[in-house]
Design a protein around this ligand. Structure first.
Ligand code: ZN
Length: 166
């Protein structure tokens, strides 16, 4: 049986249960990966997603995870559509997602529009998620995963991951 009467708001809250495989505090809604909830012409639930970093191996499992959670909620036979254009950017992360990331100890991505200096080769100043100081330096281009860079705060001396912009 296909359910068609389910409130889209309810579907969105179900999608909140799908977490980023690498940052378990962030859902695919926080990340802006889940783009659209709709129904196909034949009444099947359709979720449109724009995956983050195509180079991230963890992303490959996402479709299966979304299906599994929908089915767990009795939303049978969902269609997951991957939309690659326009490509996902860190600008799509919600404010709530940025706050969760900071609380988790990872500096959220700078909005690209606020950070034009990077385009011209300027050194990016990233605020420390622990003390808020932007007196930080990059230690490594790659942090705990390829999607993050490793920084160190020069004030509180703590190293931290920065979620890189794409
Ligand atoms: Zn600090």
């Amino acid at each position: 049986m296909t359910l068609t009467a389910t409130d889209p708001a309810e579907i969105w809250s179900i999608l909140e249960e799908v977490k980023d495989p690498e940052i378990p505090v962030l859902s695919i809604v926080d990340l802006g990966i889940a783009r659209e909830v709709k129904y196909t012409d034949d009444g099947r639930l359709e979720i449109v997603i724009s995956p983050t970093y195509s180079g991230c191996p963890a992303m490959y499992m996402l479709e299966e995870q979304i299906k599994a959670i929908l089915i767990k909620h009795n939303l049978m036979d969902p269609v997951i559509t991957t939309r690659l254009s326009p490509a996902w950017t860190t600008d799509w992360m919600t404010e709530q997602g940025r706050d969760k990331l900071r609380a988790y100890g990872i500096a959220p991505p700078e909005k690209t529009s606020h950070n034009k200096s990077v385009l011209f080769g300027g050194q990016k100043k990233i605020a420390c998620p622990k003390c808020g100081s932007d007196n930080s330096e990059q230690i490594s281009e790659f942090g705990s995963t390829a999607c993050k860079a490793l920084y160190r705060c020069l004030d509180c001396r703590e190293p931290f991951d920065y979620f890189k912009c794409i």
